[in-house]
Design a protein. Structure first.
Length: 261
């Protein structure tokens, strides 16, 4: 009887000992009380659990608020220094903007004429032809600009407007303009330029049909906070086949489409 009682006492004491160090260890990292063997092993784990446990079982986690055409999460733009010689891309689509600049070293391959990449030029020719068939003249007002040219342009516009903030709203800083990619083009009919383009036959036709030819209206109205630029009825950006995901007169921005807004 005595021995049983002693054994019981030992068992209870052991159980208590075993439990004591484990419980707090799971919450707070270091428990100096634990014996040499169980101590470090138990302590090593608490750091890890919080991450895999809550994140992995929740599929989708936070549900994307808008139409999320791109399934995978876009890569973060971690470029800096020489990394800026190569533009930020999401799903093969180049993004150059105030948030995603490029260095002066980035010079795209350009077609023999037009100041666009060969692919973009081909698409523009096709679109120009289609517009002509609808009785609309499409002319290039501005396309490729080098880093140095962009810097010069902004400087000139600040003087011209006499209003630096306004000049900056319409004109990108060097390294932050899509015009340096050879994928952006400002279009007009050869007569009406500026904001008035939105009400011209050309402006309306382009916003409706450009997506059929690989182009999107890059800075739609009301999206200044997302794009960094005011509504530009003349500025079109070649993105290739993805443009078909944009509806006629769509106000969706490239940033929203790529999930980086
Ligand atoms: Zn432009």
């Amino acid at each position: 009887m005595k021995t049983v009682a002693v054994w019981l006492a030992i068992a209870v004491a052991l159980a208590g000992c075993a439990k004591a160090p484990r419980l707090p260890a799971a919450e707070s990292p270091p428990t100096p009380t634990a014996s040499s063997q169980s101590g470090p092993v138990v302590d090593a784990t608490p750091g890890a659990p919080p991450t895999p446990t809550p994140s992995s079982p929740s599929p989708g986690g936070s549900v994307a608020p808008d139409p999320a055409p791109t399934a995978a999460k876009p890569p973060e733009d971690t470029r800096s220094g020489a990394g800026l010689d190569v533009p930020y891309q999401v799903n093969g689509i180049i993004v150059v903007s105030p948030k995603h600049p490029i260095s002066k070293k980035y010079v795209p391959e350009l077609a023999k004429s037009g100041g666009l990449t060969p692919e973009a030029k081909k698409a523009l020719d096709k679109m120009t032809k289609a517009a002509k068939a609808d009785g609309i003249t499409v002319k290039i007002r501005s396309s490729y600009r080098s880093y140095a040219e962009q810097a010069e342009l902004l400087k000139r516009k600040i003087v011209e407007y006499g209003d630096e903030a306004k000049a900056r709203r319409y004109n990108a800083e060097a390294g932050k303009s899509e015009h340096q990619t050879g994928l952006a083009v400002d279009l007009w009919d050869g007569r009406t330029w500026g904001d008035a383009i939105r009400n011209t036959k050309l402006g309306k036709w382009l916003w409706k049909h450009s997506r059929e030819y690989g182009f999107i209206l890059r800075y739609p109205p009301g999206k200044e906070k997302i794009t960094g630029y005011i509504y530009e009825a003349w500025h079109f950006r070649y993105i290739g086949a993805d443009s078909r995901k944009f509806k006629p007169n769509d106000k969706m921005t490239l940033e929203e489409y790529l999930g980086i807004a």
